[in-house]
Every structure is written in structure tokens, then in C-alpha cells.
Design a binder for this molecule. Structure first.
Ligand code: SF4
Length: 350
């Protein structure tokens, strides 16, 4: 098991639930907008957000943001360890440094500051910013180069008796990401790992790449915290992150919606039913299963097996609660009945 570390009140590794992260997509110069994005991320269940700090001049809005959000922030630092020190002084409980662009010999003062302030350091290598030397030493094998980059900085931190470390190695290639993380987990079994496929892209492709890479690692027991890197709103990254963890049975978060894809047998318009009920699900307890099924083949069993079930009929739906049939209702009645059903009611005034 990995060592457990804490960033603010969020524990990572050591048996804690796999955490879901994202990254702010607004510049710190627009601090109010950053705070609004933090609030939206918190509402989705985001547990840690990275924020780019390209220059120490932006330490003041970073300090302001740290005071105005309860979302733990990890300052994302490249090139200059002086900026990392500014981030710590601005109140960040964690920083990410990039071993591809931060020279080893310049890190001593930064490590001392992190120790004093009990700041967590993520050593986060990225396939897009490996140095020419790292690539040459790995003989062009990008996964091996990612591992080498992480190893160099991890060793330096450990030599200086610094242990509040998270490691990560990301590539836009799923295969390289999985191999690099497998090397790291083997070499450093006690250090927590942040996982994700970087620059996964937009839409379906980005989600699939992320899910395949992240799930391959989690299935091997590798990964303590994750980010889905999409060309999209950060809130969607969080939602997809939770969906991956839910699919693997690693976390419960919101509702687990089971709905059939429909086929030529369908006796109900499942897409219409799902779009009708989706806005009603947000108030249900975490882990509630809701099944929406299109016909009598799998419908009644799935609907009975869920906490709340809807089995379509040609004219409406049969509603189930904890396996018990509550009644059969016409489609026109459903907009009135379903809010009561999802609100916990079982009597619909009929
Ligand atoms: S539940 Fe019925 S409608 Fe839905 S996919 Fe299965 S057979 Fe088709």
C-alpha cells in the first residue's frame, strides 16, 4: 500500500478513496472567475484542482484564491523553482513540478520551504516536455524516459529526507502512459501515484482514451488520484472521472443510471424517458441505482433489481421501488408522477 499524504483535508493514498482532480481553465489574473470555477468544481465533487502559476507576479491572486475557496489547490510550476516558493507562500498546500524542465541542482531551497510548510510536492512528468537528455538516455523509449524523469526528481527529494511526494507520468499515448506508470509503481510502491492520459482531446475520443488508460492502471491496483484531461469544461473532467471509478466499483458518486440501449423490441421511448428523469436525479443519495428499460426482455428484472426502476410499456411505464411494483402509468402522467417518485414518494394521488 502507498503512503498516505494529506493536502488540506483530502487524504491521498494509503487506502483512501481514489481522488478525482481537475485543473482550472481560467488565468489567475481573473481571480473571481477562478473562484467561480472552483465552486462549480466543488459542486461536481472535485477534490483537488491544479492551477497554473506561470509567474511569481501572480502569487497575490493565488493567495486571494486560496482564501476564497475551500477547494484544495495545487500550483502548477514549470521552469523556475522560485515560482514554486512563491506558490507555497501564497498558501498552496501542494505544488506540481515538472522534471522535464526544472533543473535538479536548483531545487534545494524549494525543498527546504516545502518541508517547513508541510507542502506536498507532485513530481509530474509529461511526454510533451521531456528533455532531449532524458529521451536520449531512454534510447527514444518515451515511457522509459517518463520513468527516468520522475525517478531523478523523486530520488533527489527522498535523499533530502522529503517524503510528502506524489508521482505522475502522463503521455497522450495510452500505451506509454500505462507502461510508464507501471515502471513507477514497481520502483516506488510506497509513493502515491496521480494518473491520467494527458491531452486526451475532446468528446468521445478523449473520454475513451482517458477511461482505457486510467482503468488499465486502476485494475492493476495502480493509482491513488486521477485527472481526466479533456478539451472541455473542467466540470466534465470531474464527472467522467467519477464515472470511471463508478464503473470499476471503486467509488459511489451520485446515481448509477442503468438504461438499455433500446432495439427493435423496444416498447417505450427510453431516450425520452431518460431525458425526462435525468434532471430529477441530483437529489438522490450517492449510490442509488436507477434502471430505465425498454421492454419485457430485461426490463422487469433490471427495474426490480434497482433501488428505483422504470420498465417501459407501449403507453407509459411500470414503476418499481426496491423491487416492488408501484403501478403502471401512462406517458402523459409521468411528468407529474416522476418528481414524486424520485423525491421518495410512493403515492401519486391516483
Ligand atoms: S431491454 Fe428490451 S428494448 Fe432494451 S435493449 Fe433489451 S431487448 Fe431491446
Amino acid at each position: 500500500m502507498t503512503r498516505q499524504i494529506k493536502i488540506g483535508n483530502v487524504s491521498i493514498g494509503g487506502g483512501a478513496p481514489v481522488r478525482v482532480e481537475s485543473m482550472l481553465k481560467v488565468a489567475l489574473s481573473q481571480k473571481e472567475k477562478c473562484a467561480e470555477q472552483c465552486e462549480r468544481l466543488l459542486r461536481q465533487g472535485c477534490e483537488l484542482a491544479r492551477v497554473a502559476l506561470p509567474s511569481a507576479d501572480l502569487a497575490e491572486p493565488l493567495a486571494w484564491l486560496n482564501r476564497h475557496t475551500s477547494l484544495p489547490l495545487m500550483a502548477d510550476i514549470h521552469f523556475d523553482p522560485g515560482i514554486a516558493i512563491a506558490a507555497m507562500r501564497a498558501g498552496c498546500a501542494s505544488i506540481r513540478i515538472n522534471p522535464g524542465n526544472m533543473p535538479l541542482q536548483s531545487l534545494t531551497e524549494m525543498i527546504r520551504e516545502a518541508k517547513e510548510r508541510r507542502v506536498v510536492i507532485r513530481v509530474g512528468a509529461n511526454g510533451g516536455s521531456l528533455s532531449a537528455r532524458q529521451l536520449t538516455e531512454a534510447e527514444g523509449d518515451r515511457a522509459a524516459a517518463l520513468f527516468l524523469a520522475v525517478k531523478e526528481q523523486a530520488e533527489l527529494l527522498l535523499e533530502q529526507d522529503f517524503h510528502d511526494i506524489i508521482l505522475s507520468a502522463k503521455s497522450s499515448s495510452v500505451g506509454d502512459t500505462v507502461r510508464a506508470n507501471t515502471f513507477i509503481a514497481r520502483a516506488y510502491p510506497g509513493l502515491p501515484l496521480h494518473i491520467g492520459v494527458t491531452e486526451a482531446g475532446p468528446g468521445d475520443g478523449g473520454i475513451v482514451k482517458s477511461a482505457v488508460g486510467i482503468a488499465s492502471l486502476l485494475e492493476q491496483g495502480i493509482g491513488d488520484t486521477l485527472r481526466v484531461s479533456l478539451t472541455d469544461e473542467p466540470e466534465r473532467e470531474v464527472r467522467v472521472g467519477y464515472e470511471i471509478l463508478k464503473a470499476l466499483g471503486l467509488r459511489t458518486h451520485g446515481v448509477d443510471l442503468i438504461s438499455c440501449p433500446t432495439c427493435g423490441r423496444r416498447r417505450a421511448d427510453v431516450r425520452k424517458l431518460v431525458s425526462l428523469i435525468e434532471p430529477m436525479l441530483s437529489g438522490l443519495p450517492d449510490g442509488t441505482t436507477v434502471a430505465v428499460m425498454g421492454c419485457e426482455v430485461n426490463g422487469p428484472k433490471e427495474a426490480r433489481g434497482a433501488h428505483l426502476g422504470i420498465a417501459g410499456t407501449p403507453v407509459g411505464a411500470v414503476l418499481f421501488k426496491e423491487g416492488v411494483v408501484l403501478g403502471e402509468y401512462a406517458f402523459e402522467e409521468l411528468p407529474k408522477i416522476l418528481p414524486v417518485f424520485f423525491g421518495g414518494g410512493t403515492h401519486f394521488g391516483e
